[in-house]
Write a protein that binds this ligand. Structure first.
Ligand SMILES: [Cu+2]
Length: 561
Protein backbone atom coordinates (compact mmCIF):
# COMPACT_ATOMS: atom_id res chain seq x y z
CA UNK A 1 0.00 0.00 0.00
CA UNK A 2 1.26 3.43 -0.84
CA UNK A 3 0.57 4.43 2.71
CA UNK A 4 2.81 1.76 4.13
CA UNK A 5 5.41 1.99 1.40
CA UNK A 6 5.70 5.65 2.14
CA UNK A 7 6.77 4.84 5.64
CA UNK A 8 9.29 2.21 4.74
CA UNK A 9 12.86 3.18 4.08
CA UNK A 10 14.01 3.37 1.29
CA UNK A 11 11.95 1.77 -1.41
CA UNK A 12 14.28 2.01 -4.34
CA UNK A 13 14.53 -0.71 -6.88
CA UNK A 14 12.35 -3.68 -6.32
CA UNK A 15 14.46 -6.23 -8.14
CA UNK A 16 13.16 -6.90 -11.64
CA UNK A 17 11.01 -9.94 -11.31
CA UNK A 18 10.79 -12.66 -13.88
CA UNK A 19 9.24 -10.30 -16.17
CA UNK A 20 5.87 -9.47 -17.03
CA UNK A 21 3.41 -11.55 -18.85
CA UNK A 22 1.45 -8.76 -20.47
CA UNK A 23 3.08 -5.42 -21.04
CA UNK A 24 1.16 -2.24 -20.56
CA UNK A 25 1.36 -1.64 -24.30
CA UNK A 26 -0.04 -5.04 -25.20
CA UNK A 27 -2.67 -4.68 -22.51
CA UNK A 28 -3.80 -1.42 -24.04
CA UNK A 29 -3.78 -2.90 -27.54
CA UNK A 30 -5.98 -5.68 -26.32
CA UNK A 31 -8.36 -3.45 -24.46
CA UNK A 32 -8.57 -0.38 -26.56
CA UNK A 33 -12.31 -0.21 -26.18
CA UNK A 34 -13.87 0.51 -22.86
CA UNK A 35 -16.18 -2.47 -23.14
CA UNK A 36 -13.17 -4.73 -23.41
CA UNK A 37 -11.51 -2.98 -20.49
CA UNK A 38 -14.51 -3.36 -18.26
CA UNK A 39 -14.94 -6.97 -19.29
CA UNK A 40 -11.28 -7.54 -18.53
CA UNK A 41 -11.75 -5.86 -15.20
CA UNK A 42 -14.67 -8.03 -14.27
CA UNK A 43 -12.89 -11.16 -15.41
CA UNK A 44 -10.23 -10.54 -12.83
CA UNK A 45 -7.62 -8.29 -14.40
CA UNK A 46 -8.83 -5.64 -12.05
CA UNK A 47 -7.24 -6.69 -8.88
CA UNK A 48 -6.59 -5.29 -5.49
CA UNK A 49 -3.82 -7.74 -4.74
CA UNK A 50 -0.68 -6.15 -3.37
CA UNK A 51 2.02 -5.82 -5.97
CA UNK A 52 5.72 -5.51 -6.15
CA UNK A 53 6.24 -3.34 -9.15
CA UNK A 54 8.84 -4.42 -11.65
CA UNK A 55 11.34 -1.71 -12.35
CA UNK A 56 14.26 -2.07 -14.70
CA UNK A 57 17.75 -1.79 -13.36
CA UNK A 58 19.56 1.42 -14.20
CA UNK A 59 22.34 3.66 -13.01
CA UNK A 60 22.76 2.96 -9.29
CA UNK A 61 21.14 5.50 -7.04
CA UNK A 62 23.00 7.59 -4.58
CA UNK A 63 22.77 6.28 -1.04
CA UNK A 64 21.86 9.47 0.79
CA UNK A 65 22.76 7.86 4.10
CA UNK A 66 26.41 8.35 3.18
CA UNK A 67 25.95 12.14 3.24
CA UNK A 68 26.56 14.45 6.16
CA UNK A 69 23.29 15.71 7.63
CA UNK A 70 22.37 19.29 8.48
CA UNK A 71 25.21 21.03 6.65
CA UNK A 72 22.97 23.22 4.45
CA UNK A 73 20.66 25.92 5.80
CA UNK A 74 17.03 25.61 4.76
CA UNK A 75 16.54 27.80 1.67
CA UNK A 76 13.48 30.03 1.60
CA UNK A 77 12.15 30.67 -1.91
CA UNK A 78 12.23 34.33 -2.87
CA UNK A 79 8.99 36.33 -3.11
CA UNK A 80 7.76 36.78 -6.70
CA UNK A 81 8.07 40.39 -7.89
CA UNK A 82 5.63 41.85 -10.37
CA UNK A 83 6.76 43.69 -13.50
CA UNK A 84 4.30 46.54 -13.47
CA UNK A 85 0.57 46.56 -14.09
CA UNK A 86 -1.77 45.54 -16.89
CA UNK A 87 -5.48 46.02 -17.48
CA UNK A 88 -7.59 43.36 -15.81
CA UNK A 89 -9.30 41.01 -18.29
CA UNK A 90 -12.34 41.06 -15.98
CA UNK A 91 -12.50 44.87 -15.80
CA UNK A 92 -10.26 46.77 -18.27
CA UNK A 93 -10.60 49.98 -16.23
CA UNK A 94 -8.74 48.30 -13.42
CA UNK A 95 -4.97 47.66 -13.41
CA UNK A 96 -3.65 44.51 -11.80
CA UNK A 97 -0.08 43.38 -11.04
CA UNK A 98 1.57 41.55 -13.91
CA UNK A 99 4.13 38.80 -13.32
CA UNK A 100 6.28 37.01 -15.87
CA UNK A 101 7.61 33.61 -14.81
CA UNK A 102 9.92 31.57 -16.99
CA UNK A 103 10.12 27.78 -16.97
CA UNK A 104 13.81 27.13 -17.58
CA UNK A 105 16.63 24.64 -17.11
CA UNK A 106 18.89 25.33 -14.12
CA UNK A 107 21.67 23.66 -12.24
CA UNK A 108 21.69 23.80 -8.45
CA UNK A 109 23.14 21.93 -5.48
CA UNK A 110 20.81 19.93 -3.27
CA UNK A 111 23.59 19.24 -0.75
CA UNK A 112 26.95 20.80 0.13
CA UNK A 113 28.91 17.65 -0.77
CA UNK A 114 27.19 16.87 -4.08
CA UNK A 115 27.77 18.34 -7.47
CA UNK A 116 25.04 20.50 -8.97
CA UNK A 117 21.84 18.81 -10.15
CA UNK A 118 20.00 19.74 -13.31
CA UNK A 119 16.38 20.79 -12.66
CA UNK A 120 13.65 22.51 -14.58
CA UNK A 121 12.27 25.39 -12.58
CA UNK A 122 9.98 28.39 -12.63
CA UNK A 123 12.57 31.15 -12.46
CA UNK A 124 16.17 30.78 -11.31
CA UNK A 125 15.51 28.34 -8.45
CA UNK A 126 13.35 25.38 -7.59
CA UNK A 127 10.90 25.59 -5.89
CA UNK A 128 9.99 28.69 -7.89
CA UNK A 129 9.24 32.09 -6.35
CA UNK A 130 6.48 32.38 -3.73
CA UNK A 131 3.50 34.54 -4.66
CA UNK A 132 2.15 36.74 -1.86
CA UNK A 133 -1.34 38.00 -2.63
CA UNK A 134 -4.49 39.10 -0.86
CA UNK A 135 -8.05 37.90 -1.25
CA UNK A 136 -9.90 40.02 -3.78
CA UNK A 137 -6.69 41.35 -5.34
CA UNK A 138 -6.39 39.76 -8.77
CA UNK A 139 -3.17 39.33 -10.71
CA UNK A 140 -1.90 38.24 -14.10
CA UNK A 141 0.92 35.81 -14.76
CA UNK A 142 2.58 35.25 -18.09
CA UNK A 143 3.86 31.70 -17.86
CA UNK A 144 6.74 31.39 -20.33
CA UNK A 145 8.06 28.10 -21.61
CA UNK A 146 11.81 28.73 -21.98
CA UNK A 147 12.77 25.08 -21.61
CA UNK A 148 14.98 23.11 -24.03
CA UNK A 149 13.21 21.21 -26.80
CA UNK A 150 14.38 17.79 -25.58
CA UNK A 151 13.19 16.20 -22.36
CA UNK A 152 15.80 14.78 -19.99
CA UNK A 153 13.49 12.31 -18.25
CA UNK A 154 12.07 9.10 -19.78
CA UNK A 155 8.94 9.85 -21.84
CA UNK A 156 6.48 7.03 -22.44
CA UNK A 157 4.92 7.40 -25.88
CA UNK A 158 2.25 4.80 -25.09
CA UNK A 159 0.79 7.15 -22.47
CA UNK A 160 -2.24 9.15 -23.63
CA UNK A 161 -1.28 12.64 -24.70
CA UNK A 162 2.44 11.80 -24.89
CA UNK A 163 2.44 10.06 -28.26
CA UNK A 164 5.64 10.16 -30.30
CA UNK A 165 4.25 12.78 -32.67
CA UNK A 166 3.64 15.20 -29.79
CA UNK A 167 6.39 17.72 -28.93
CA UNK A 168 8.64 16.21 -26.27
CA UNK A 169 8.63 19.32 -24.10
CA UNK A 170 5.27 20.82 -23.24
CA UNK A 171 4.16 22.77 -20.19
CA UNK A 172 0.95 24.17 -18.80
CA UNK A 173 0.62 25.63 -15.31
CA UNK A 174 -2.16 24.79 -12.86
CA UNK A 175 -2.57 26.82 -9.69
CA UNK A 176 -3.71 24.09 -7.33
CA UNK A 177 -6.47 25.27 -5.01
CA UNK A 178 -7.32 28.39 -7.00
CA UNK A 179 -10.81 29.41 -8.01
CA UNK A 180 -10.06 30.59 -11.55
CA UNK A 181 -11.85 30.67 -14.87
CA UNK A 182 -11.33 27.57 -17.03
CA UNK A 183 -9.12 29.44 -19.50
CA UNK A 184 -6.58 30.09 -16.71
CA UNK A 185 -6.86 26.78 -14.87
CA UNK A 186 -4.14 24.94 -16.77
CA UNK A 187 -6.27 22.40 -18.61
CA UNK A 188 -3.89 19.49 -19.35
CA UNK A 189 -4.34 19.83 -23.11
CA UNK A 190 -3.64 23.60 -23.04
CA UNK A 191 0.12 23.00 -23.07
CA UNK A 192 2.61 25.22 -24.85
CA UNK A 193 5.97 24.39 -26.41
CA UNK A 194 9.33 26.12 -25.81
CA UNK A 195 9.30 29.70 -27.05
CA UNK A 196 5.61 30.20 -26.26
CA UNK A 197 3.78 31.66 -23.28
CA UNK A 198 0.27 31.79 -21.76
CA UNK A 199 -1.26 34.73 -19.93
CA UNK A 200 -3.32 33.55 -16.94
CA UNK A 201 -5.64 35.62 -14.76
CA UNK A 202 -6.09 34.78 -11.08
CA UNK A 203 -9.00 36.61 -9.40
CA UNK A 204 -8.01 35.44 -5.87
CA UNK A 205 -11.64 35.70 -4.74
CA UNK A 206 -11.26 33.14 -1.98
CA UNK A 207 -10.23 32.70 1.65
CA UNK A 208 -6.62 32.91 2.78
CA UNK A 209 -4.80 29.68 1.98
CA UNK A 210 -1.58 28.16 0.71
CA UNK A 211 -2.00 27.25 -2.95
CA UNK A 212 0.70 25.87 -5.18
CA UNK A 213 1.48 26.05 -8.86
CA UNK A 214 2.88 23.19 -10.86
CA UNK A 215 3.01 21.76 -14.33
CA UNK A 216 -0.05 19.85 -15.55
CA UNK A 217 0.83 18.83 -19.14
CA UNK A 218 -1.06 15.76 -20.32
CA UNK A 219 0.99 12.55 -20.25
CA UNK A 220 4.23 14.08 -18.90
CA UNK A 221 3.07 15.87 -15.78
CA UNK A 222 4.89 13.36 -13.54
CA UNK A 223 8.17 14.09 -15.33
CA UNK A 224 7.79 17.87 -15.40
CA UNK A 225 6.97 18.12 -11.71
CA UNK A 226 9.74 15.65 -10.85
CA UNK A 227 12.06 17.92 -12.86
CA UNK A 228 11.18 20.76 -10.47
CA UNK A 229 8.34 22.75 -12.05
CA UNK A 230 6.55 23.82 -8.85
CA UNK A 231 6.17 26.70 -6.41
CA UNK A 232 3.80 28.14 -3.82
CA UNK A 233 1.19 30.90 -3.81
CA UNK A 234 -0.24 32.46 -0.66
CA UNK A 235 -3.53 34.28 -0.40
CA UNK A 236 -3.97 36.42 2.74
CA UNK A 237 -7.06 38.00 4.22
CA UNK A 238 -8.33 40.00 7.16
CA UNK A 239 -9.49 36.99 9.17
CA UNK A 240 -5.97 35.59 9.09
CA UNK A 241 -4.46 39.02 9.87
CA UNK A 242 -6.66 39.30 12.96
CA UNK A 243 -5.45 36.04 14.50
CA UNK A 244 -1.92 37.17 15.34
CA UNK A 245 -0.39 33.88 14.29
CA UNK A 246 3.42 33.94 13.84
CA UNK A 247 4.25 35.95 10.73
CA UNK A 248 7.09 37.56 8.82
CA UNK A 249 10.34 35.68 9.40
CA UNK A 250 8.47 33.39 11.79
CA UNK A 251 6.24 32.00 9.04
CA UNK A 252 7.99 29.74 6.52
CA UNK A 253 7.05 27.30 3.76
CA UNK A 254 8.23 23.69 3.99
CA UNK A 255 7.89 22.17 0.54
CA UNK A 256 8.60 18.44 0.67
CA UNK A 257 9.43 16.26 -2.33
CA UNK A 258 11.36 13.04 -2.63
CA UNK A 259 13.75 12.25 -5.44
CA UNK A 260 16.18 9.56 -6.55
CA UNK A 261 19.63 10.74 -7.52
CA UNK A 262 22.41 9.11 -9.49
CA UNK A 263 25.87 8.94 -7.98
CA UNK A 264 26.57 12.12 -9.94
CA UNK A 265 23.66 13.78 -8.15
CA UNK A 266 21.47 13.90 -11.26
CA UNK A 267 17.73 13.24 -11.11
CA UNK A 268 16.96 9.62 -11.68
CA UNK A 269 13.47 8.64 -12.77
CA UNK A 270 13.02 4.85 -12.76
CA UNK A 271 11.70 3.00 -15.80
CA UNK A 272 9.87 -0.27 -16.30
CA UNK A 273 11.65 -3.21 -17.95
CA UNK A 274 9.76 -2.53 -21.19
CA UNK A 275 11.80 0.02 -23.16
CA UNK A 276 8.78 0.93 -25.26
CA UNK A 277 6.62 1.59 -22.24
CA UNK A 278 8.86 2.91 -19.45
CA UNK A 279 5.99 4.19 -17.25
CA UNK A 280 6.19 3.02 -13.63
CA UNK A 281 3.18 3.06 -11.30
CA UNK A 282 4.74 5.11 -8.49
CA UNK A 283 8.02 6.73 -7.50
CA UNK A 284 9.51 6.68 -4.03
CA UNK A 285 12.83 8.48 -3.64
CA UNK A 286 15.22 8.15 -0.72
CA UNK A 287 16.26 11.81 -0.93
CA UNK A 288 13.58 13.95 0.70
CA UNK A 289 14.20 17.57 -0.26
CA UNK A 290 12.84 20.46 1.78
CA UNK A 291 12.61 23.66 -0.25
CA UNK A 292 15.16 22.03 -2.57
CA UNK A 293 17.78 20.87 -0.04
CA UNK A 294 18.59 17.48 1.38
CA UNK A 295 18.80 17.24 5.21
CA UNK A 296 18.71 21.01 5.74
CA UNK A 297 18.78 22.73 9.11
CA UNK A 298 16.94 25.82 10.27
CA UNK A 299 18.05 28.03 13.15
CA UNK A 300 15.01 29.06 15.15
CA UNK A 301 14.33 31.13 18.22
CA UNK A 302 12.64 29.56 21.25
CA UNK A 303 9.16 30.79 20.29
CA UNK A 304 6.22 29.93 18.05
CA UNK A 305 6.68 29.48 14.32
CA UNK A 306 4.14 28.88 11.61
CA UNK A 307 5.16 26.36 8.94
CA UNK A 308 3.18 26.02 5.73
CA UNK A 309 3.77 22.42 4.67
CA UNK A 310 3.16 21.20 1.13
CA UNK A 311 3.55 17.63 -0.05
CA UNK A 312 4.84 18.18 -3.61
CA UNK A 313 5.99 14.58 -4.05
CA UNK A 314 4.88 12.51 -7.02
CA UNK A 315 3.62 9.60 -4.89
CA UNK A 316 4.99 9.58 -1.34
CA UNK A 317 2.70 10.05 1.63
CA UNK A 318 4.58 11.54 4.59
CA UNK A 319 3.91 10.74 8.21
CA UNK A 320 5.51 13.71 9.88
CA UNK A 321 6.59 13.90 13.48
CA UNK A 322 8.95 16.01 15.59
CA UNK A 323 11.33 14.69 18.17
CA UNK A 324 13.96 16.07 20.46
CA UNK A 325 17.10 13.97 20.64
CA UNK A 326 18.75 12.75 23.82
CA UNK A 327 16.47 11.66 25.28
CA UNK A 328 14.26 11.10 22.25
CA UNK A 329 10.88 12.58 23.00
CA UNK A 330 7.98 13.44 20.73
CA UNK A 331 7.33 17.13 20.35
CA UNK A 332 3.64 17.92 19.85
CA UNK A 333 2.56 20.60 17.41
CA UNK A 334 -0.67 22.22 16.26
CA UNK A 335 -2.35 22.16 12.89
CA UNK A 336 -4.24 25.40 12.23
CA UNK A 337 -5.14 25.00 8.58
CA UNK A 338 -5.55 22.61 5.72
CA UNK A 339 -5.62 22.77 1.90
CA UNK A 340 -8.11 25.62 1.60
CA UNK A 341 -7.32 27.61 4.69
CA UNK A 342 -7.84 27.87 8.41
CA UNK A 343 -9.46 25.17 10.53
CA UNK A 344 -12.19 26.12 13.03
CA UNK A 345 -9.73 25.54 15.88
CA UNK A 346 -6.12 24.39 16.33
CA UNK A 347 -5.69 20.61 16.53
CA UNK A 348 -2.89 19.21 18.68
CA UNK A 349 -0.96 16.44 16.93
CA UNK A 350 2.11 14.29 17.39
CA UNK A 351 2.09 13.10 13.81
CA UNK A 352 0.54 14.16 10.57
CA UNK A 353 -0.17 12.14 7.46
CA UNK A 354 0.02 14.29 4.35
CA UNK A 355 -0.51 12.97 0.82
CA UNK A 356 0.65 14.43 -2.50
CA UNK A 357 -1.11 17.71 -3.23
CA UNK A 358 -2.22 18.32 0.35
CA UNK A 359 -1.13 21.26 2.51
CA UNK A 360 -0.95 21.58 6.28
CA UNK A 361 -0.62 24.83 8.20
CA UNK A 362 1.32 24.08 11.39
CA UNK A 363 2.32 26.02 14.47
CA UNK A 364 5.34 24.69 16.34
CA UNK A 365 6.26 26.16 19.69
CA UNK A 366 10.00 25.88 20.36
CA UNK A 367 9.87 27.89 23.59
CA UNK A 368 10.38 24.88 25.83
CA UNK A 369 13.30 23.58 23.78
CA UNK A 370 15.90 26.33 24.28
CA UNK A 371 19.33 25.19 23.13
CA UNK A 372 17.98 21.89 21.80
CA UNK A 373 17.84 20.25 18.39
CA UNK A 374 14.59 18.96 17.04
CA UNK A 375 14.26 16.60 14.12
CA UNK A 376 11.44 16.60 11.62
CA UNK A 377 10.96 13.01 10.53
CA UNK A 378 8.69 11.02 8.28
CA UNK A 379 8.44 7.57 9.78
CA UNK A 380 12.10 6.58 10.05
CA UNK A 381 13.31 9.18 7.52
CA UNK A 382 15.13 12.17 8.85
CA UNK A 383 13.80 15.15 6.91
CA UNK A 384 15.40 18.19 8.56
CA UNK A 385 16.69 19.69 11.79
CA UNK A 386 15.58 22.70 13.81
CA UNK A 387 18.31 24.28 15.97
CA UNK A 388 16.72 26.19 18.79
CA UNK A 389 18.84 29.05 20.09
CA UNK A 390 19.32 29.37 23.83
CA UNK A 391 18.66 33.10 24.18
CA UNK A 392 15.44 34.24 25.81
CA UNK A 393 13.03 35.94 23.44
CA UNK A 394 9.68 37.67 23.67
CA UNK A 395 6.97 36.09 21.58
CA UNK A 396 3.98 38.35 20.94
CA UNK A 397 2.26 35.92 18.57
CA UNK A 398 -0.69 33.86 19.73
CA UNK A 399 -2.31 30.53 19.04
CA UNK A 400 -5.99 31.48 19.31
CA UNK A 401 -8.48 28.89 20.57
CA UNK A 402 -10.78 29.69 17.64
CA UNK A 403 -9.60 30.35 14.08
CA UNK A 404 -12.16 30.55 11.29
CA UNK A 405 -15.65 29.03 11.44
CA UNK A 406 -16.19 26.26 8.90
CA UNK A 407 -19.97 25.75 8.82
CA UNK A 408 -20.82 22.16 8.00
CA UNK A 409 -22.67 21.80 4.72
CA UNK A 410 -25.87 19.86 5.41
CA UNK A 411 -26.12 16.70 3.31
CA UNK A 412 -29.70 17.68 2.51
CA UNK A 413 -28.27 20.49 0.41
CA UNK A 414 -26.86 18.03 -2.14
CA UNK A 415 -28.91 17.76 -5.31
CA UNK A 416 -26.90 14.90 -6.76
CA UNK A 417 -24.89 11.95 -5.44
CA UNK A 418 -22.33 10.35 -7.75
CA UNK A 419 -20.77 6.94 -7.19
CA UNK A 420 -17.27 7.08 -8.64
CA UNK A 421 -14.81 4.19 -8.62
CA UNK A 422 -11.02 4.40 -8.46
CA UNK A 423 -9.78 1.61 -10.70
CA UNK A 424 -6.43 -0.07 -11.07
CA UNK A 425 -5.79 -2.58 -13.84
CA UNK A 426 -2.95 -5.04 -13.44
CA UNK A 427 -1.27 -7.54 -15.74
CA UNK A 428 -0.78 -11.19 -14.93
CA UNK A 429 2.38 -10.39 -13.02
CA UNK A 430 0.31 -8.15 -10.80
CA UNK A 431 1.86 -4.94 -12.09
CA UNK A 432 -0.43 -1.99 -12.64
CA UNK A 433 -0.73 -1.05 -16.29
CA UNK A 434 -3.53 1.49 -16.22
CA UNK A 435 -5.57 3.50 -13.70
CA UNK A 436 -8.99 4.98 -14.37
CA UNK A 437 -11.67 6.97 -12.64
CA UNK A 438 -15.07 5.35 -12.89
CA UNK A 439 -13.69 2.93 -15.53
CA UNK A 440 -13.44 5.85 -17.97
CA UNK A 441 -10.58 7.03 -20.11
CA UNK A 442 -9.61 10.70 -20.41
CA UNK A 443 -10.94 10.95 -23.95
CA UNK A 444 -14.40 9.58 -23.24
CA UNK A 445 -17.34 12.01 -23.10
CA UNK A 446 -17.70 14.13 -19.97
CA UNK A 447 -20.02 12.42 -17.50
CA UNK A 448 -19.77 14.71 -14.45
CA UNK A 449 -21.66 17.93 -15.19
CA UNK A 450 -22.55 19.71 -11.94
CA UNK A 451 -24.71 22.82 -12.18
CA UNK A 452 -23.11 26.13 -11.15
CA UNK A 453 -24.23 27.01 -7.64
CA UNK A 454 -25.37 23.49 -6.79
CA UNK A 455 -23.97 21.10 -4.19
CA UNK A 456 -23.17 17.45 -4.83
CA UNK A 457 -21.92 14.46 -2.87
CA UNK A 458 -19.14 12.52 -4.57
CA UNK A 459 -18.79 9.01 -3.25
CA UNK A 460 -15.29 7.73 -4.04
CA UNK A 461 -15.15 3.93 -4.06
CA UNK A 462 -11.62 2.59 -3.75
CA UNK A 463 -11.17 -1.17 -4.28
CA UNK A 464 -7.38 -0.87 -4.66
CA UNK A 465 -4.66 -1.32 -2.08
CA UNK A 466 -3.45 2.27 -2.52
CA UNK A 467 -4.53 5.50 -0.94
CA UNK A 468 -5.39 7.79 -3.85
CA UNK A 469 -5.32 11.52 -3.06
CA UNK A 470 -8.21 12.82 -5.16
CA UNK A 471 -8.13 16.46 -6.21
CA UNK A 472 -10.92 18.49 -7.80
CA UNK A 473 -9.97 21.66 -9.62
CA UNK A 474 -11.89 24.93 -9.09
CA UNK A 475 -13.77 23.93 -5.94
CA UNK A 476 -13.33 23.44 -2.22
CA UNK A 477 -15.17 20.71 -0.38
CA UNK A 478 -15.70 19.04 2.99
CA UNK A 479 -15.07 15.41 3.85
CA UNK A 480 -18.24 13.70 5.09
CA UNK A 481 -16.91 10.28 6.08
CA UNK A 482 -15.00 7.15 5.17
CA UNK A 483 -16.51 3.69 5.48
CA UNK A 484 -14.99 0.24 4.93
CA UNK A 485 -16.85 -1.82 2.32
CA UNK A 486 -16.66 -5.14 0.50
CA UNK A 487 -15.04 -4.44 -2.91
CA UNK A 488 -15.93 -7.70 -4.62
CA UNK A 489 -19.67 -7.33 -4.09
CA UNK A 490 -19.53 -3.88 -5.57
CA UNK A 491 -17.45 -4.95 -8.54
CA UNK A 492 -19.63 -7.88 -9.40
CA UNK A 493 -23.11 -6.75 -8.35
CA UNK A 494 -22.69 -3.02 -7.74
CA UNK A 495 -23.87 -3.53 -4.18
CA UNK A 496 -22.37 -1.34 -1.48
CA UNK A 497 -22.01 -3.65 1.49
CA UNK A 498 -20.37 -1.84 4.39
CA UNK A 499 -18.08 -3.63 6.79
CA UNK A 500 -18.16 -1.04 9.54
CA UNK A 501 -19.64 2.28 10.57
CA UNK A 502 -18.79 5.50 8.73
CA UNK A 503 -15.79 7.27 10.21
CA UNK A 504 -15.87 11.06 10.38
CA UNK A 505 -12.80 12.91 9.07
CA UNK A 506 -10.01 13.60 11.53
CA UNK A 507 -10.31 16.93 13.34
CA UNK A 508 -7.40 18.20 11.29
CA UNK A 509 -9.28 17.32 8.08
CA UNK A 510 -12.52 18.96 9.18
CA UNK A 511 -11.93 22.16 7.24
CA UNK A 512 -12.11 23.18 3.61
CA UNK A 513 -10.20 20.74 1.42
CA UNK A 514 -9.35 20.40 -2.27
CA UNK A 515 -7.58 17.05 -2.06
CA UNK A 516 -8.86 14.05 -0.10
CA UNK A 517 -7.12 10.83 0.81
CA UNK A 518 -9.39 8.09 -0.54
CA UNK A 519 -8.16 5.19 1.50
CA UNK A 520 -7.82 1.60 0.35
CA UNK A 521 -11.02 -0.48 0.43
CA UNK A 522 -12.98 2.44 1.76
CA UNK A 523 -15.81 4.54 0.46
CA UNK A 524 -14.88 8.18 0.96
CA UNK A 525 -17.64 10.78 0.66
CA UNK A 526 -17.10 14.47 0.04
CA UNK A 527 -19.67 17.26 -0.24
CA UNK A 528 -18.85 19.84 -2.89
CA UNK A 529 -20.43 23.22 -3.65
CA UNK A 530 -19.70 24.01 -7.32
CA UNK A 531 -19.17 27.75 -7.16
CA UNK A 532 -17.27 30.28 -9.18
CA UNK A 533 -17.24 29.54 -12.88
CA UNK A 534 -18.79 27.42 -15.57
CA UNK A 535 -16.60 25.47 -17.95
CA UNK A 536 -14.32 22.49 -18.34
CA UNK A 537 -12.12 21.45 -15.41
CA UNK A 538 -10.50 18.22 -14.27
CA UNK A 539 -10.49 15.92 -11.27
CA UNK A 540 -7.73 13.42 -10.74
CA UNK A 541 -5.55 11.34 -8.49
CA UNK A 542 -2.57 13.38 -7.25
CA UNK A 543 -0.19 10.44 -7.45
CA UNK A 544 1.30 11.87 -10.61
CA UNK A 545 2.15 8.50 -12.14
CA UNK A 546 -1.52 7.55 -11.79
CA UNK A 547 -2.76 10.86 -13.11
CA UNK A 548 -0.56 10.60 -16.21
CA UNK A 549 -1.79 7.09 -16.90
CA UNK A 550 -5.47 8.06 -17.19
CA UNK A 551 -6.46 8.52 -13.54
CA UNK A 552 -7.83 11.93 -14.51
CA UNK A 553 -11.15 12.96 -15.99
CA UNK A 554 -12.62 16.17 -17.29
CA UNK A 555 -15.70 17.51 -15.57
CA UNK A 556 -17.84 20.43 -16.61
CA UNK A 557 -19.66 23.02 -14.53
CA UNK A 558 -22.76 23.94 -16.48
CA UNK A 559 -24.92 27.06 -16.11
CA UNK A 560 -28.12 26.81 -14.10
CA UNK A 561 -31.15 26.52 -16.38
CU1 LIG B 1 -3.92 7.20 -7.54
Amino acid sequence: MAQQRSLALPLLYPQPKRYVVITRRKFLQRSSKLATTVAAANSGLLSAIAQTHAVASMAPALDVNTLAQFVDPLPIPEIAQHQGFRPSPADPKRSVPFYRIKAQSISTKVHRDLQATRFWSFGPSTPGPTFETRAGEPLLVEWVNALPTEHFLPLDHTIHGAEAEKPAVRTVVHLHGAKTGPESDGYPEDWIVPGKSSLYYYPNQQDSAMLWYHDHALGINRLNVYAGLLGTFFIRDGVEDGLNLPRGKYELPLILYDRLLTRNAQLLYPVSPDPESPWVPEIFGNAVLVNGKLFPYLEVEPRRYRFRVLNASNARIYRLSLSENAPATDVPFHQVGTDQGLLPAPVSLTNLEIAPGERADLVIDFSEHRGKQILLKSGAFVVMQFRVSSQKVTDTSTLPAALRPVPKIPQSQAVQTRLLTLDEYVNKAGNPVLLLLNASHWKMPVTEKPVLGSTEIWTLINPTNDTHPIHLHLVRFQILDRQPYEPWLFQTKRQLHFLGPPEPPGRNEAGWKDTVQAHSRMVTRIIVPFDGFTGRYVWHCHILEHEDNEMMRPYEVIPAA
